[in-house]
Write a protein that binds this ligand. Structure first.
Ligand code: TRP
Length: 331
C-alpha cells in the first residue's frame, strides 16, 4: 500500500510562489510514489472570507487548476472539496472537546492571521479552524502533510489531538494515526515587498499564472538591499528579498550572485534579470498546462466530484472507528 499524502489550500484566490515552494513542489514530486489528496478548503476559506463567499466559490476550480498547472496529474491526485465531506465537520466536533481554547488563542499562526485580517474579535469558527484542519488530515488517516512553515503550529495541534484521543479512547490501540509534516526545503518565502511572508491577502505575491509581463513588473519592483544605491556599492545579500528568491528558484547561480553582490560586481538590475529568466523557465510549462486544463474544465470538475465522493467514504470509515472507540455505538 502506498503511503498517503494530504494537504490543502484555502480557496480564497489563486496560488502563488510561496505555495509552490512550501507545498506544491512536494505534491508534484511525490505524486507517483504516494496516494495524494489535495483538499480544496472552502470551509476553512469561510473562516476569513465569510463576507465574500462568491470569491470562495470561484476559487475552488481555480485552485484545482493551479495544482494541475504545477504538475499534478489528474490520474494521480484525489481532489476533495471540503464542504462536501460531512465527516470532516463531524470529526471536528468530536475533536473540539480535546482542545483548550487557550491553546488556540496562543497558536502563533492564528495570532498572526488575526492581526493581518484586522479581526478585533475572533469568531468561533476562525479560532477553531486548527481543529477542523486536524479533521482534514485525519479523516483519511494521512501519513504525510507537505506544508509551509506557517502551518507547523496546526500540525502540532493535530498531534496533540491524536495523542489525547488515543490516550482517552484507544484502550492501548492507535485509533488515529500521527501525521508527519513534510517541511519546505527553502523555508518561508518573503513577499515582494520584503515582508516576512508572501500572501494572497498581503498584496505581495507572484502568482503561478502571472504572465511574463507581470512577472517582469513584479520582479523589477521587488525590494532589494536598500543600503545599495549604485551597482558598485557593496551589497548585503542576506538582507535582500531578491537574493532569497535566487536561492529558492535559481540555486545553481545563487552562490555566484551572492559573491558578486558582496563585491559590487553585479548590480540589482542584472541580478533581477537572471531571476526573471529563471522564474519564466519555471512558469512557462505551468502556463501551458493551465491553459490546456482550462479547456477541459469538465474533466476537472468531474475529478473534484469523484474525489469528494471517495473522501466521503473514507471519512465515514474513520468516523465509525472514532465513534466506536468513544463507546457511542450500541450493540
Ligand atoms: N491552512 C492551509 C493554508 O492556509 C490550508 C489547509 C486546509 C490545509 N486544510 C489543510 C493544509 C490540511 C494542510 C492540511 O494554506
Amino acid at each position: 500500500m502506498k503511503r498517503r499524502i494530504l494537504t490543502g489550500d484555502r480557496t480564497t484566490g489563486r496560488l502563488h510562489l510561496g505555495h509552490y515552494v512550501g507545498s506544491l513542489q512536494y505534491r508534484v514530486d511525490l505524486q507517483e510514489s504516494h496516494e495524494t489528496f489535495v483538499l480544496l478548503a472552502d470551509v476553512q476559506a469561510l473562516t476569513t472570507h465569510f463576507e465574500n463567499p462568491a470569491l470562495i466559490g470561484q476559487s475552488i476550480l481555480e485552485v484545482a487548476l493551479d495544482n494541475l498547472a504545477a504538475g499534478l496529474k489528474l490520474e494521480n491526485v484525489c481532489f476533495v472539496q471540503q464542504s462536501r465531506v460531512p465527516a470532516i465537520a463531524e470529526l471536528t466536533v468530536f475533536f473540539s472537546m480535546l482542545v483548550p481554547v487557550n491553546v488556540l488563542r496562543h497558536n502563533p499562526t492564528i495570532k498572526t492571521e488575526a492581526k493581518q485580517y484586522g479581526f478585533e474579535e475572533l469568531s468561533y469558527g476562525f479560532l477553531g479552524y486548527p481543529v477542523s484542519q486536524a479533521a482534514d488530515i485525519l479523516f483519511c488517516q494521512a501519513d504525510l502533510v507537505p506544508v509551509g512553515e506557517d502551518q507547523l503550529p496546526h500540525l502540532e495541534q493535530a498531534h496533540r489531538i491524536v495523542r489525547r484521543f488515543n490516550e482517552l479512547y484507544g484502550g492501548g490501540r492507535e485509533i488515529l494515526k500521527r501525521p508527519e509534516a513534510l517541511r519546505s526545503r527553502v523555508g518561508r518565502l518573503p513577499g515582494l515587498d520584503g515582508s516576512s511572508k508572501m500572501g494572497k491577502s498581503l498584496g505581495n505575491a507572484l502568482y503561478l499564472n502571472d504572465d511574463a509581463k507581470t512577472v517582469h513588473e513584479k520582479v523589477f519592483s521587488a525590494v532589494t538591499d536598500y543600503h545599495r544605491i549604485s551597482s558598485r556599492d557593496l551589497g548585503h545579500p542576506q538582507l535582500c528579498t531578491v537574493y532569497r528568491y535566487q536561492t529558492a528558484f535559481n540555486p545553481e547561480e545563487a552562490e555566484d550572485i551572492c559573491q558578486r553582490c558582496r563585491t559590487g560586481t553585479i548590480g540589482c538590475v542584472a541580478c533581477k534579470r537572471r531571476l526573471e529568466q529563471k522564474l519564466n523557465e519555471l512558469l512557462d510549462p505551468m502556463r501551458a498546462r493551465r491553459a490546456a486544463y482550462a479547456q477541459r474544465k469538465d474533466l476537472v470538475l468531474q475529478a473534484i466530484d469523484e474525489g469528494s465522493r471517495k473522501a466521503c467514504r473514507l471519512g465515514e470509515e474513520t468516523l465509525e472507528q472514532v465513534k466506536e472507540a468513544m463507546g457511542l455505538r450500541l450493540g
